[in-house]
Structure formats: structure tokens, C-alpha cells
Design a protein around this ligand. Sequence first.
Ligand SMILES: Cc1ncc(COP(=O)(O)O)c(C=O)c1O
Length: 391
Amino acid sequence: MEFDQAYFDAGISRVGTDCEKWDGMIEETGDQDMIPMWVADMDFPSPPAIRQAMEGVLSWGTWGYTISGEKDAEALCAYWARRHGVQFEPGEVLMSPCVVTGMRVALRALTEEGDGVLINPPVYGPFFQSIKVNNRRVVESPLVRGEDGRFCMNLPEMEEKLASGEAKAFMMCSPHNPVGRCWSEEELAAVVNLCAKYDVPLICDEIHADFVFAPNRHVGILSIPGAAERTVMLCAASKTFNVAGLQQSSIVCKNPAMLEAVRSEMEAAGVRSGNAFALAATRAAYTDCDAWLDGLKAYLADNRDFAVKYIAENMPRVRVTPLDATYLMWLDCSALGMAQGELMEKIAAAHVKVTGGTFFGSQGEGFIRLNIGCPRAQLERALAQLAAVLG
Ligand SMILES: Cc1ncc(COP(=O)(O)O)c(C=O)c1O
């Protein structure tokens, strides 16, 4: 099968599949005509090899307790070595239901109640909640925007927060949702050096690693010298292959004591992973889906270029953040002079659903996040409707 433009143009109808993006939106708004450009999953079919793997499990006809472990971890290790040049071993991997689960158990294992945890807002909302529900404190070092519109970490400020003891751990998003940054090797090395200097653990969420567009490339944190002894890396096939509903992710840590601490936290909470469908699908994703992923990335890069051009021509007051990575566009609408509530109301009245910027922290005021992981025709319709209110 060719995973070309025609394949991705065809998309897939998701209404009636209990999906949050479409069915959840219709339930919430009652608006059957609204175009969902919000939740971070895609409106494409998952790869055929994943479907076949799940059909194989379906054909068993009985689904008792399942073996999980070695072969799942081996598929993950081989994938990261092949796609990202990052080496780790099956013994350095724990299986977990979701990336957010991994984030929370890592926070519990590696920090104490009351500790400050450094993050770089605007950032994926559950970073804040994961810290707060575990009685840790959010310590913010906001990203700063350069002349070219790209966001960077404020390393001197981050150092202050670590040096003063205000923050006892750093939780980073790489590539970064929602600002679409792929961090460079130099930036990642600076982060690792800071964490080493102040001897704090680094929790690195790499769920978007597969969506880095040329000429950039994803640099895995575990390939940075000095990262191995203090890092917990979180990853999943869920975003990449659109299988988030299966709830399967991985926790990777090369420091045996840290890995053990995370493992015992999972044990204490009874967090287990072993869904037969999810494991089979994830192994197939990591083994047999490279051609599908390459086709997808080419399609998404074209979607990005189309959207950038369309917005420049039709919504000149909306500033697009350059998108190195992810299928999530971070759009600055502040020049329109609307409060966040008004901005979201206008967009809803245009029958488009986007994620409001403040989901990512107060720094997101005046911004929206637009999910471009959909067939071009859907993107075109959503952009035309947005242009009617943001143009
Ligand atoms: C940065 C980031 N981390 C984690 C997640 C969620 O992952 P999971 O569903 O495995 O918890 C998302 C989903 O959008 C995300 O963008």
C-alpha cells in the first residue's frame, strides 16, 4: 500500500467511535457542524499493520492474562535506535499505561512532597496538574520568544531557580507542545549540565519525538552526555500512530536506582500495563510502520506549509510560531485585541474548535493551538472559517 498524499487525503470518519475530538466536542457543544482542530490526535487511519496485529489478538477469542515485557521492550529499543539513534536496553524500560502516568510516578519517585518542580510554560496543561495533584509546587521559567517568533528556554533564569533550591527537579517537553520547538543538541546539553550542576532529576517527555520536520532532527535526551544518570524519559507510540485510545506508553531510565524508585512507586499504586491489544498494536507500530510514518510526516509538513501561507495571506494579524516539530500550531492572536474569552467565542461561532492558549498556562493568553493532523480538505475548511473571524 502507498502511504502517499491520496492515502492521507482520504482520512477516516471518526464520528461515532466515542472519540473525544469529534464525539466529545459534539456532546459538549451540540454543534454538528463544528470542525475539531483541538485534541492532539489525528484524523487519519492508523497503519494497516497495527490493525492486522489487533485483528490477530481479536482472533484468539479469549483474552486472559497476557505476557508483557521483554519482546515489547525489545521492539521499543530497536525503534529508538533505528529512528532516533538513541540506545537503551530492555532492562532500562518500564511499561506504563499513559505518558501522564509515567510523569506522575516519576514525580512521586524522584521528588518529595512540597518540592518545587521546574517547567517551561506555555506547556502541555497536565504538566501543571501532575505536579499539583502530587502536592509538589509548580516553579515556572517561561519560554522567551525571539525576534523570529521561535521560543527558547531562559537558561539563566532556570539556573537561578535550581541554584536557590526553589526547584528540586526539572520536567521538560521535547519537542515542546505547544510551541513546536525541537530543542538543539546544544540546548539539551545546557539543560543536562544545569541538572548535573545542581544534582536534580530530569523528567523528559518525548511523546512528540517522531514529528520533527527536516532539516531539524530529534535529539533524544538520552543521547546527551551526562543525561543517563539523572533522566527519566517518557515516550509512546500513541501520538505517532494515532493509538492513544489504547493507553500504552514507556518509561526509560538508565540509572538503576532511579528506575527502581519509579518501579516501586508503580508497584505501590498498582499501576500495571498489559492490555493484549495495546501491546500487540505497539509492537507492530515499532516494527512494521516506518513507511506509513514517513508518508505521514511528508503530508504533515505540507499541511504546515499550506497553513503558514494561508494564514499569512488571509489572517495577517495572526502570528504563526515556526513549527520545527509536532502537528500543533501555536498561533498568536493578541494583535486582534480580543480577551481570551472573546477570542474563543468568536472561533466557536465560526464552527471551529481549537485549544485555547491558557490551557498551557497564563502565558498562553491571546494564543490558540491549532491541530493540523487532518486531511488537507478539513484543514482548508477550518482555516477559511477561522479567517472569517480572525482575518
Ligand atoms: C507533551 C504531551 N505529553 C503527554 C501527552 C499525553 O500522553 P498520554 O495520553 O499517553 O498520557 C500529550 C498529549 O497531547 C502531550 O502533548
